[in-house]
Design a protein around this ligand. Structure first.
Ligand SMILES: Nc1ncnc2c1ncn2[C@@H]1O[C@H](COP(=O)(O)OP(=O)(O)O)[C@@H](O)[C@H]1O
Ligand SMILES: [Mg+2]
Length: 453
């Protein structure tokens, strides 16, 4: 794989910058500029996407020149090949992305991708660098997206790459007449990184390794190939830089090769359920604390088996707030010491007219990016960092869109002065419930035992 090398960007100063969205962003913050002078920064490695929104007429989208019904894929988010198959459009798997790229508009384009969104959020809290890949085929969109990263988060993008003969990752977001949507993902450049050996020790990985050396924390998500995360995490671990992993981006299991190197694992409640195998919501569809503890206990077992029992877990639960399980947390200690290694943080009330979220897209990216900036950049305590992130997350759900909804440093600081709601999870469960959780975990056969049976 040939990289064109780091692109050199002549980005204008953030104040008054016109972004891809036609907005004028004045979000430049003296605070971040000052912090970056001593070179400290958080590093986000991951995906950047062109989000292409279009409204469907009669439930149809046009491919090439042919209108096709999108009714069979309503409500789904799928990669190109599965999407076309589900829509009943036959196509060679190798040609699927190319076929999706022929989709006709008109589109409204916005900058997205979990990596880029999290970087924009982190950059509002502390100096932040983003490393991701774009494709040379999407040259105009790339310039606009990098301008957005600069405008919304003052993010340093100087070590991003543009790959030849490839499109930038693209998410086609189709809105139906009843406001339901379908999303088809074209991985493009997000899926085309140098191989593990090159990243680990070759010239193509030199920028990544140097950026990790210069960072106070590396933040990863799962919209890029697993090997990128594994090599970044392994290298960060070897040089003593904490590794924060957002579980989102795919519903694949966690790569076992990544597990030993994770400092903090950060799922939302549904991601926690699928990576742990333990359902976390009660009959009312709300997260249930006993079940969340069982799920975290199951994860800690998995991590402990490869020598990483000290992993921290932060679970976000939408309007129910967030819980941090510390390095010393275990189901046993929870039973014996009363779950003292947990930090529960509630939510800030919303200032929308009906006090309900307007659009929850990007809330998690915002919370986690802000947490990383506060905890590892500003070195605040876990509780303070979670409160800061909750303030940021609450603002993000008040505005439509993902990156555009990332609040400024000043707005977060202002929200932090408001009273926060008690976390729904704060009351400790009765002791029997925890005992029950521990008993259930103890009853689960270990993999080696189950193989022998
Ligand atoms: N309705 C809400 N009111 C206030 N804060 C919210 C609301 N929804 C989300 N948040 C904040 O954003 C954080 C992340 O949201 P969540 O939905 O858990 O992430 P994800 O987008 O990954 O599902 C929450 O922990 C909370 O702090
Ligand atoms: Mg959620």
């Amino acid at each position: 794989m040939l990289l064109l090398g780091a692109i050199v960007l002549a980005l204008p100063a953030a104040a008054g910058l016109t972004t891809a969205l036609g907005l004028t962003a004045g979000a430049s913050r003296a605070r971040t500029a000052v912090m970056s002078m001593d070179g400290e920064r958080v590093l986000v490695v991951g995906s950047i996407n062109i989000d292409k929104f279009q409204r469907l007429e009669g439930g149809q989208a046009v491919f090439g020149k042919t209108p096709r019904s999108m009714l069979p894929v309503k409500g789904m988010t799928l990669p190109a090949a599965s999407f076309l198959a589900a829509a009943g459009l036959s196509c060679d798997a190798d040609d699927a992305e190319a076929m999706v790229l022929t989709m006709g508009g008109p589109f409204v384009e916005k900058t997205g991708g979990k990596g880029a969104n999290a970087a924009a959020a982190a950059g509002q809290t502390f100096a932040c660098e983003f490393i991701g890949n774009m494709g040379a085929v999407s040259v105009d969109a790339n310039a606009a997206m990098l301008a957005d990263l600069h405008a919304f988060g003052q993010v340093d993008v100087g070590r991003c790459s543009v790959l030849p003969d490839t499109a930038t990752g693209t998410a086609y977001i189709m809105k139906y007449e009843d406001n339901d949507n379908a999303i088809v993902l074209v991985g493009g450049a997000n899926h085309q990184w140098p191989d593990a050996a090159a990243l680990r020790s070759g010239a193509e990985g030199a920028d990544l390794r140097a950026a990790i050396d210069e960072s106070v924390c590396v933040m990863l998500q799962r919209e890029v190939p697993d090997h990128v995360n594994v090599v970044a995490a392994e290298y960060a671990h070897s040089v003593g830089v904490p590794v924060f992993v957002d579980v989102g981006g795919t519903d694949a299991p966690l790569d076992a090769a990544l597990v030993p190197y994770i400092t903090v694992l950060a799922p939302n409640e549904s991601e926690l359920a699928f990576i742990s195998g333990v359902e976390c919501t009660g009959a009312d569809g709300k997260p249930e604390m006993g079940a969340v503890r069982r799920a975290v206990a199951a994860l800690k077992e998995q991590f402990g088996a490869v020598g990483n029992a000290g992993v921290e877990v932060i679970v976000t639960m939408g309007g129910a707030g967030s819980v941090h399980f510390g390095a010393a947390w275990s189901a046993d200690s929870c039973m014996l010491e009363g779950c003292t290694h947990e930090v529960h943080v509630g939510c800030f009330p919303l200032s929308t007219p009906n006090a309900k979220p307007k659009d929850t897209t990007g809330a998690g990216d915002c919370f986690r990016g802000s947490y990383v900036g506060a905890r590892y950049g500003e070195r605040r305590s876990v509780r303070e960092s979670m409160r800061w992130a909750a303030a940021a997350g609450s603002l993000a759900v008040e505005t439509e869109g993902a990156m555009v909804s990332m609040p400024t440093h000043e707005a977060i600081a202002e929200r932090l002065t408001q009273p926060i709601c008690q976390p729904a999870t704060a009351s400790l469960p009765p002791l029997e419930e925890v005992e029950d959780a521990v008993r259930k975990i103890a009853l689960q056969p270990k993999p080696a035992e189950s193989q022998q049976q």
